[in-house]
Design a protein around this ligand. Structure first.
Ligand SMILES: Nc1ncnc2c1ncn2[C@@H]1O[C@H](COP(=O)(O)OP(=O)(O)OP(=O)(O)O)[C@@H](O)[C@H]1O
Ligand SMILES: [Mg+2]
Length: 285
């Protein structure tokens, strides 16, 4: 294990609104430096909850367990600090931020990321005279990444996600990833809502971003994304736990057979989305 691995140990998570109702019931997962892992699993199995817990979403409470990244147990850190440490989440449902332009948003985010864990008081992205990424360099970077993702440049002056189509929102998530150059990227169903051409463009864009310094956790329902982004490992999350792990062939098998046979082999009922599955899960342990 190195500092460059993301290590998740026995992670238990509940929504803040229902703190006694654990959604994640003990996740163990290590994503090695530069590795691509895919997480698949039925609706409601806890995939987004895992993504949010890793990123520090305040609506979720970590009941126990630890997450190690870059030499820190990050669970005590704010989402902002985690992002400064190179973690990135592409949302399943990106939110609109009326009043904030895409360009200002990206520029602030880049400056924060570049200043690292401790913000640099000499950098103020709202002040043209106080450092940060120079405007020329910023424009060049954003143009280059927009071209990679085949995005219309006019999007830069619009408000973040305001009135964006589903596909435009997903592309903007990827644009953020492209300019921020994270070391650990979590993509929560980035492929959903994309038409076939957009899926190919986005997937090829992500492919072009892959590098030995970036680990990726791809949450997806569809094997087709994994045709472009080849995972080192595939995990099935069901009823709050990783019940099976394998290679790319596991994703192909899921596409062919659905979840039922694989979950049955793991000792789970096939309907794992409700409480009825819990006794079976307990028995499996
Ligand atoms: N804030 C919350 N309050 C109450 N229940 C929640 C909350 N967040 C998540 N849940 C519940 O936790 C379960 C897991 O939700 P989650 O969004 O993690 O599933 P998912 O695996 O991402 O599903 P999908 O494939 O549909 O995106 C669901 O039953 C959901 O209703
Ligand atoms: Mg989800």
């Amino acid at each position: 294990m190195s500092d460059q691995d993301l290590v998740i140990r026995d992670l238990h998570v509940a929504p803040a609104a229902k703190p006694d109702h654990e959604i994640l019931k003990g996740i163990d997962l290590t994503v090695g430096k530069g590795e691509v892992h895919a997480i698949m699993g039925p609706n409601g199995s806890g995939k987004t909850t895992l993504a949010y817990a890793l990123m520090g979403h305040p609506a979720y409470i970590v009941k126990s367990g630890e997450v190690l990244w870059q030499g820190h147990n990050i669970l005590k850190m704010s989402a902002d600090k985690r992002a400064r440490l190179g973690m990135f989440l592409a949302f399943q449902y990106p939110m609109a931020i009326p009043g904030l332009s895409v360009a200002s948003f990206l520029r602030s985010a880049i400056n924060a990321r570049r200043s690292g864990l401790t913000p640099d008081p000499n950098i103020d992205p709202t002040d043209a005279f106080k450092g940060g990424i120079p405007m020329g360099e910023f424009r060049k970077l954003v143009r280059e990444k927009m071209a990679l993702l085949k995005m219309d440049e006019s999007i830069a002056s619009r408000y973040v996600n305001e009135g964006f189509s589903g596909g435009e929102k997903k592309r903007l998530e990827m644009l953020q990833m492209a300019v921020l150059q994270p070391e650990m990227a979590i993509l929560d169903e980035t492929d959903s809502g994309l038409d076939i051409d957009a899926l190919r463009i986005v997937a090829e864009g992500v492919n072009a971003m892959l590098n030995p310094n970036m680990g990726v956790l791809v949450i997806t329902h569809y094997q087709r994304l994994l045709n472009y982004i080849t995972p080192d490992k595939v995990h099935v999350l069901a009823a709050g736990r990783i019940v099976v792990s394998g290679g790319k062939d596991l994703a192909l098998r899921l596409e062919d057979e659905g979840y039922a046979p694989i979950l049955a082999e793991a000792g789970l009922e096939d309907d794992v989305t409700d409480e009825a599955a819990e006794p079976a899960l307990e028995a499996a342990h």
